[in-house]
Write a protein that binds this ligand. Structure first.
Ligand code: NAP
Length: 288
């Protein structure tokens, strides 16, 4: 059985690593803030002192990190994992980053003889807990076949999207939809409340109409209850929205609605909602 290094045990990485370990893969973990590896280490994971050590001990190295800078920082430097890569190793970056950054990382990684896949995920931390993520994969499909059993420990659906960086592109497309849908939900709820429509009628009509969606089913009750326990923090969505802007500019995609939604969530982050769940956007309307 392949040994796996899991680097980045935050909101998403911790349950993903736990599921890989539960399926019997020997796991070594590393996280910048050591505290967040405690639960996994008590469950049997080995703890590495740095990303390089984690990669030296493993056949497959997975990163699940905030952004491009974070991936760059665990790859590079004296303790960077790239120093431990070589033929027969596979590096999988599951972070949400831009296609361009992912392609750049794949060139660095593959120059060592190792193989790389970009494999961002769709689903919140509660979906990750259940091992039911959708995993989007970019890179050589033969490499995907070699590590498919590891992906199946974390996800229900696995899609090969195309070459290096293509999965990161598809992930940004999904988050474009999610951000717009959450913005529309908050505005729809605001209008219906101002019209005096009962909240249960609002939910029932929405959930039986053509706009029915798991996005609304999960977030409408959170908005109504003011429950913004973090599943997907606004700060990460703003990061993705900026990545969408950069990527759209690069390929010449025209996205006027995206700009409005990006500015709305960016405003929420500056108003102090950065660490709250994306459903907290609704509360910002009350501040007007
Ligand atoms: N949350 C969701 O619902 C969701 C869903 C799908 C995809 N994603 C994507 O999945 C990725 C991880 O998200 P998350 O929710 O797990 O975020 P998170 O809880 O904030 O975890 C981020 C991880 O990145 C590490 N990190 C950040 N900057 C670093 C740096 N400069 N050097 C080394 N490590 C660094 C953090 O380490 P520390 O603990 O030391 O800060 C932590 O391990 C992101 O790309 C996000 O966009 C999230």
């Amino acid at each position: 059985m392949k040994s796996v290094a899991f680097i980045g045990t935050g909101l998403m990485g911790r349950p993903m690593a736990a599921n890989v370990m539960e399926k019997g893969f020997p796991i070594t973990v590393y996280n910048r803030t050591k505290e967040k590896t405690k639960q996994l280490v008590s469950a049997g994971a080995r703890l590495a002192e740095n990303p390089r050590q984690a990669a030296e001990e493993s056949d497959v190295v997975i990163t699940m990190l905030s952004n491009i800078e974070a991936v760059e920082s665990v790859l590079s430097g004296e303790h960077g994992l790239i120093r431990a890569l070589g033929k027969d190793k596979v590096f999988i970056d599951m972070s949400t980053i831009t296609p361009a950054a992912s392609r750049k990382f794949s060139e660095l990684v593959e120059a060592t003889g190792a193989k790389m896949l970009d494999a961002p995920v769709v689903g919140t931390s509660s979906v990750a807990e259940k091992g039911e993520l959708s995993i989007l994969v970019g890179g050589d499909p033969r490499v995907l076949d070699d590590v498919r059993d590891i992906f199946h420990a974390m996800g229900k659906f696995i899609f090969h999207v195309g070459d290096h960086g293509s999965a990161c592109g598809m992930k940004l497309v999904v988050n474009h939809f999610i951000s717009g849908m959450i913005g529309l939900l908050a505005e729809g709820l605001e209008l219906s409340e101002k019209l005096g429509i009962d909240s249960s009628v609002f939910s029932n009509v929405l959930n039986t109409s053509a706009v029915k969606s798991p996005v609304y089913e999960l977030r409408a009750p959170k908005m109504m209850a003011g429950d913004h326990a973090t599943q997907f923090p606004i700060r990460l969505l703003v990061k993705d929205l900026n990545y969408i802007t950069q990527t759209a500019e690069k390929v010449g995609a025209v996205m006027p609605m995206h700009s409005l939604v990006r500015d709305l969530f960016s405003l929420a982050a500056t108003y102090g909602y950065a660490e709250q769940d994306i459903s907290a956007i609704y509360e910002m309307f009350d501040r007007k």
